[in-house]
Design a protein around this ligand. Structure first.
Ligand code: DHE
Length: 515
């Protein structure tokens, strides 16, 4: 071996040693903000469950260049390219063990805003039920809009990466917002002030509020639990482990409020069951059908644990993780991502009652329903096909397939509008928004407010007269349209606005919005 090759091997070893220690690189550069355990701190959790959802630049690129509109700096000048690659790979590796995230841990994260003081009446003149919240994912804020004047009454910071619809208390006064890292934020709309936050899960999907407004359910992937919080003080009431009848743990894909049933309905990702969790211990009548099916041995019932948060299992032929509910919450349509199969489950009798031919990955969670020719129909977009399916909710037949300019994500309408709005979220035509006649099912107009920019997600004002559309870009906007003439009324600059939520439409379960 020459002197040169010895030096070269030594250098390679040194380089190798540096590359091989992403744990140390993480500890020295990332842990202060993202936590020693990678579960988040002032920055988000850096685990595959979160990073897998990251849109835009790759993880290594974010480490090198930083992330716009956040406090994440670029490390290209201090960490070498190979170490950055090793670090990115390390962050994509699952945690060796999922830490305990039980009631005590959760309660330990509770933070109450010291500057918050309750008020006796709204601190603004606007109609409190016509407030619309705009989630701005670009810099993790929510704008509070006056639904009549479209003035921004407040703009407050949210936890990182809010997902799913915020949930309002039944009187529309408070709102609860959830982030993918499991933080739940409570905000007082009357006071225009944050109340506090608590971390209910480590990687969470969505939240639901009980019909009486007392409880908030948080659907978690990590750990595999349902967290039940008191809406009053964000205290932990219960952490329910989610374990299928076969003894295997399951992630919770989503949780929904079933108002007429006084219950939460859970979509489970890894086990062929739906869970119904009672939020009113005396809600007997809605469980009549259930008793009937229990006689038939179809379901395990409330009997073993009558009362608040009693659980009922509905057994399925395969797991379903995306739901649409009929208005009376007697039936749900469910689909499993990637399966091409949809089913109808009758929640009263507790079993599958029909099959739906739904290839192209329908996004039933975005479905909306309305009356057409005396029949109640629903429409759903498809995440993988350029079409919308319109389905009769009595016969469960697809009555029409509407061709669109690309696969879409969200649908929205309003009782007072003859149209429903469908975005084209994926593909080259993501700058298009279709407006469709609810009776003829024809596309009456395709709006393209900003050529080349993604436009998606619509919300109506309380009276249905205006439709608000997101220009889903960093330097984006919310465009307000006259919902009848389809002419633009005004344009509000926003940082990558995603969902928008009108208090009245949400608390009244307007048929034009997904619930
Ligand atoms: Fe969502 C709602 C699931 C990806 C933005 N999304 C929901 C709901 C579910 C769901 C179950 C209803 C919950 C609720 O409102 O209480 N979303 C999923 C997925 O399974 C999927 C496809 C993949 C994932 O890993 O989560 C997914 N969702 C996205 C996105 O990529 C979106 C576009 C951007 C983002 O912020 O992550 C996105 N989802 C939204 C929004 C809502 C939503 C804005 C609320 C819609 C509403 O009008 O209520």
């Amino acid at each position: 071996m020459t002197r040169f090759t010895v030096i070269a091997s030594a250098l390679a070893l040194i380089a190798g040693a540096a590359q091989a220690d992403p744990v140390a690189i993480y500890r020295d550069n990332c842990a202060t903000c993202h936590g020693e355990d990678r579960l988040g701190g002032t920055g988000p959790a850096l685990i595959p469950q979160t990073l897998g959802r990251m849109r835009g630049p790759d993880v290594a690129e974010v480490i090198a260049k930083g992330r716009a509109a956040t406090q994440m700096p670029g490390f290209a000048e201090t960490i070498g390219a190979e170490e950055i690659t090793a670090l990115a790979d390390y962050l994509k590796t699952p945690l060796a063990a999922v830490p305990d995230w039980g009631a005590e841990k959760i309660a330990g994260t509770l933070w109450r805003d010291p500057d918050y003081a309750p008020v006796k009446a709204p601190v603004f003149d606007a109609d409190p039920l016509n407030i619309t919240l705009v989630v701005e994912t670009g810099d993790h804020h929510v704008s509070v809009l006056d639904g009549d004047t479209f003035a921004v009454l407040d703009r407050f910071e949210t936890p990182f990466a809010v997902h799913g619809g915020p949930k309002f208390s039944p009187d529309g006064r408070f709102v609860f917002i959830m982030s993918r890292d499991g933080w739940v934020q409570k905000y007082d709309i009357w006071a225009l002030h944050q109340v506090g936050r608590v971390r209910a899960g480590l990687n969470s999907r969505n939240i639901a509020i009980s019909a009486d407004g007392k409880w908030l359910a948080v659907a978690n992937y990590l750990p595999m639990t349902l967290t039940l919080l008191s809406t009053d003080d964000l205290g932990v009431e219960k952490v329910m482990p989610v374990i299928g009848k076969d003894g295997k743990k399951s992630r919770v894909s989503a949780v929904y409020q079933a108002p007429q049933r006084d219950s939460f309905i859970l979509a489970l990702k890894d086990t062929p069951e739906i869970w119904e969790v009672a939020t009113d211990p005396d809600a007997d009548p809605v469980y009549e059908g259930f008793v009937h099916s229990r006689e038939k041995g179809m379901v395990e019932g409330l009997a073993s644990s009558e009362g608040l948060f009693a659980r009922r299992r509905i057994m399925l032929s395969e797991p379903l993780d995306d739901f649409f509910f009929t208005d009376d919450y007697r039936n749900l349509m469910g689909a499993a991502r990637n399966s091409g199969r949809g089913v109808v489950v009758n929640l009263n009798v507790g079993r599958e009652i029909a099959e739906l031919p739904l290839p192209g990955m329908p996004h039933l969670g975005s479905g909306i329903s309305w009356e057409r020719d005396g029949r109640r129909v629903m429409a759903t977009p498809h995440l993988k096909e350029a079409k919308l399916s319109v389905i009769d909710t009595e016969t469960w037949q697809v009555i029409q397939s509407i061709d669109t300019e690309g696969p879409g994500f969200f649908l929205r309408s309003h009782e007072n509008s003859p149209y429903f709005w469908a975005d084209v979220f994926f593909g080259p035509n993501r700058d298009a928004m279709h407006v469709i006649d609810k009776q003829s099912l024809e596309i009456v107009r395709t709006l393209r407010p900003v050529p080349g920019a993604t436009v998606a997600h619509v919300e109506f004002t309380r009276d249905g007269k205006f439709a608000l559309v997101s220009v889903w870009e960093e330097d984006g906007a919310v465009i307000v349209y006259d919902a009848e003439t389809l002419e633009e009324v005004t344009r509000l600059p926003m940082r990558k606005p995603s969902g928008k939520y009108n208090v009245f439409n949400k608390i009244t379960f307007s048929e034009g919005t997904s619930h």
